[in-house]
Design a protein. Structure first.
Length: 238
């Protein structure tokens, strides 16, 4: 990030960059390298595509993010800044990672209003999140921390009020354990394939200077799904 001249609001507040581009001043012709985070847009647009009224649903209600890496930061930004969640529950196998995330938000001046969920007792007292975003790999829990994360996720999914779960993981299959768990509990699910398609569309728009609504999104979507369906065990899901 030290080689980047300026940052968009998303990159600045999340302290996470996944996309860079060049801007040229029309008067001076000076070129600058700009860093942004297109995951935020991908998350938001994937949720809107799945539930058009999602902004009304999330506004003033808590959201939840599972994980503690760069994708977690983008998910928090999408829920808090773009979808208007009142607060964000954070769940991760390593609390120290979450403390680092919170510290970086504080330094950046990001009022993320995050709450670290540490116990099942704590989870049972909290309001159901309108949206849960999982940013962790699709692996069977083994360590104590991983098992606790799955138990906490299950506790929220099991609440009476249901919401939307987006799993950013799509490898080796979009039908992740978290997606299956959420579906079993009656939640609407959104796969990582959908999120990354919208992220790619945003990146393409930035690079080509073509408005998103002018890009061949339907063709890209059809081609992407066709490729994914060719993978074993995914056709039934899609």
């Amino acid at each position: 990030m030290k080689h980047i001249d300026s940052f968009t609001d998303a990159a600045k507040l999340t302290q996470a960059v996944n996309h860079i581009y060049v801007e040229q001043d029309s008067q001076t012709n000076r070129k600058t390298i700009v860093g942004t985070n297109t995951d935020c847009v991908g998350i938001c647009n994937a949720l809107i595509a799945a539930q058009p009224e999602v902004i009304q649903i999330t506004h003033g209600r808590p959201g939840m993010v599972i994980g503690g890496g760069g994708a977690c930061r983008a998910a928090v930004y999408a829920l808090r800044k773009m979808l208007g969640c009142s607060e964000i529950y954070l769940v991760n196998r390593d609390i120290k990672e979450l403390e680092q995330v919170l510290r970086s938000f504080e330094i950046a001046g990001f009022d993320a209003r995050c709450i670290c969920i540490r116990t099942l007792d704590q989870a049972t007292t909290l309001e159901t999140p309108a949206v849960i975003i999982s940013t962790i790999p699709d692996i069977t829990p083994q360590s104590d921390g991983e098992i606790l994360v799955r138990d906490l996720a299950t506790a929220f999914l099991d609440k009476h009020c249901k919401g939307i779960l987006l799993d950013m993981c799509y490898h080796p299959s979009p039908e992740t354990q978290m997606i299956s768990l959420a579906r079993q509990h009656g939640w609407t699910v959104v796969s990582g394939v959908e999120m990354f398609l919208f992220q790619a569309v945003e990146a393409c728009s930035i690079w080509t200077h073509v408005a998103v609504d002018q890009l061949p999104i339907r063709d890209a979507w059809s081609s992407t799904l066709s490729l994914v369906k060719q993978k074993e065990g995914v056709a039934q899901y899609l």
